[in-house]
Each structure stands twice: as C-alpha cells, then as structure tokens.
Design a protein around this ligand. Structure first.
Ligand SMILES: [Zn+2]
Length: 338
C-alpha cells in the first residue's frame, strides 16, 4: 500500500516561529511546502476503495490546473469569462470519479473539512454549452488563431498524463488547442524552473497544507521532555527538540511532571495551504495571482497570532469566495490526508 510518496514530492521545509503575546509558549508553524507531481500508480494518495468507502476521508491539499495570469488569454479585459469557461469545460466529474476514484468534486480552493471550507459555496458545473457561450462573449470564436497554440506544463506521472489528456480533449471542444509539455517529476529543479519561468499558459500541480503543533524540548540528561515555557528547561547543550508529543515518547522521553505537556491538538492549517499559492508574494504562486483584498486578509492573519479562530475562518471563507469569482485555477480534486 505504501508507495514511497516522498519520491513523488518536491519538498522544501520552511520553519516559521511565532510568539504568542500573552503566552510564553511558542507555537511553531512548520510550513511544509510540497509541490506534488502525480507520479503515482494504483495506490495513489494512500487510499483505496475498500476503506475509503467506510472511513470519513480527510483532505489537506488541492490538485489543480493553474492559469498563467501574465498571458493575454488570462489577463485581458474579458479574461474572467475565459477563466470561468475553462472551469465549466473541464469534465471534473470524470477526472474525480474515473481517474482519481474520489467522487468529491471541489467547490473552491479549501478542501472539505479544513478551516474555512464553505459547504454553501457553489462549484462550477461541467457545462460545455455555457463554456462555449462565455468564450464567444469574451471574443473567442472556435476558430480563433489566438487559442490554437496554448501550452500546458505537467509532469510525467501516469495519472497526471491521464488528467492532462482529458483536459486536452475537453478544451478542444471550446476551440482551445493544447500543446502538452511534459517534464520528469524526478527532475525537481527543471520542473520548478519551468513553473516559475512564466513561459507556459497553464500547468498542473498539487499542494498540501501542514499541521500546526507545539514543539517540545527534551532534556538529554533526565530524558524528560518539556513545554518551551517550563522552568526546568535544560541548558541548550542538553536540549533536543521534538515536533510532536508522539515523537518525544517514541524517542524514549517521558513527559515532565512539572510543566506536564499534553498531546497537542492537530489542526490542518488552511493558511499554510492557501497563502503560498494565492498571496501575491506567495512562495508557490505560479499563477501570479494578485488581489489586494486577498493579500490584506492573509496579512491580517499573519500579523495577529492571537486572532480568534472564527475570525480566521471568516477570512479564509472570504478569500475562497474572491478566488472563486475570478478563478486563477481549475480545482480538479482535493488531496487525501495521509
Ligand atoms: Zn517541564
């Protein structure tokens, strides 16, 4: 079942630390930036039908078609209609059901179950007729030479290629002739250079959020582990850091009886999923999406570590809705949490 997922990921880790104003306890947000290239075989995404049918599935990422908003097709006056037309023309029910084997079709950029997910948000249906109307309204007839040489960047995973071909077929029906440009998912450097080059009209990629947790400080002498706020912390020479409670226990350390660290509650962090993709300065913003209101909503969260959860959720919902109204992506499916 385990299919060495790490081999199919390009990942880099960024550690952010934030101090709480009234609480000396430091919460560390490890933001795992993962660009997932579908190089998977039958057991993609760590689930199979047998247990997927019974278990409540959890999601922590999105897999999408991104538009390069620097290209005329996606930046001129009528580009919102074009972006919507592509969302309508791509047969996502086919991709979700037949290729990914998960019937849940994304309605926005926040996966079901994550903070800010909006069950009331309507996704784009598969509607070729409406897609054609929107293209026509945007000034693109089926024979328009401006849409006959549009390229799509993707990696060479088996399922990725299947998805790319399905998209190619769908877009042909609204007059867009795609040229697929394929890179090896093992060649991380070339792939990320191509993504950031701005050369391609569209690309396929996946992105996953990280979880927020507390960091624990182990004492190499006593083999106790502490909250960072404990009065019994060892000198820095004798410290060993653990990212989770379970990791500390597995390493042979016991919970300190003074500060009494508890198993942390995990939260899949919506911020770490969306900010890199959709903030104008985001580290994985390969669509070159830029929206002042969206930036402000992200910055508000980043600048206020003590912002109440419901305020954050409200910000995420608003971001989701703004992105949906002029979409820089077609959200193809949500990635199952492993
Ligand atoms: Zn302690």
């Amino acid at each position: 079942m385990k299919n060495s997922k790490s081999e199919t990921l390009n990942s880099k880790q960024v550690q952010n630390s934030k101090s709480k104003n009234q609480n000396p306890l430091f919460r560390f947000i490890g933001i795992l930036v993962i660009v997932i290239c579908l190089g998977f075989s039958a057991s993609d995404f760590g689930f199979n039908h047998a247990y997927a049918a019974n278990a409540q599935k959890e999601y922590d990422g999105i897999w999408f078609l991104g538009f390069n908003l620097h290209k005329d097709l996606f930046s001129d006056n009528n580009s919102t209609s074009v972006k919507k037309a592509l969302n309508l023309a791509i047969n996502r029910p086919f991709i979700c059901n037949k290729i990914i084997s998960d019937p849940l079709i994304p309605t926005g950029v926040i996966p079901a179950g994550m903070p800010g997910y909006d069950s009331a948000l309507k996704g784009y249906p598969f509607d070729l007729k409406y897609a054609k109307e929107l293209m026509k309204a945007a000034g693109y007839s089926l024979n328009d030479p401006r849409i006959k040489n549009i390229n799509l960047l993707h990696t060479d995973g088996k399922k990725t290629i299947e998805i790319a071909k399905a998209i190619e077929k769908n877009l042909a029906q609204i007059g867009i002739k795609l040229t697929r440009v394929q890179f090896s998912y093992q060649d991380n450097q070339k792939w990320s250079d191509a993504l950031s080059s701005g050369q391609y009209h569209m690309f396929l990629m996946g992105y996953k959020a990280n979880v927020i947790g507390t960091v624990f400080v182990g004492d190499k002498d006593t083999k106790f582990f502490h909250l960072p706020s404990c009065t019994q912390l060892p000198s820095s020479d004798n410290q060993i850091m653990f990212n989770t409670y379970a990791e500390a226990v597995a390493t042979g350390y016991a919970a300190c009886p003074v500060c009494n660290p508890e198993i942390e509650e995990e939260e899949t962090d919506t911020f770490s999923l969306l900010q890199p993709l959709f903030h104008s300065a985001g580290s994985a913003n390969f669509t070159f999406y830029r929206n002042a209101k969206v930036d402000t909503l992200f910055d508000q969260i980043a600048a206020n570590p003590d912002l109440p959860g419901d305020q954050k959720t409200a910000n995420f919902k608003e971001i989701n809705s703004i992105i949906q109204s002029d979409p820089p992506t077609v959200n193809l499916f949500y990635i199952t949490k492993l």
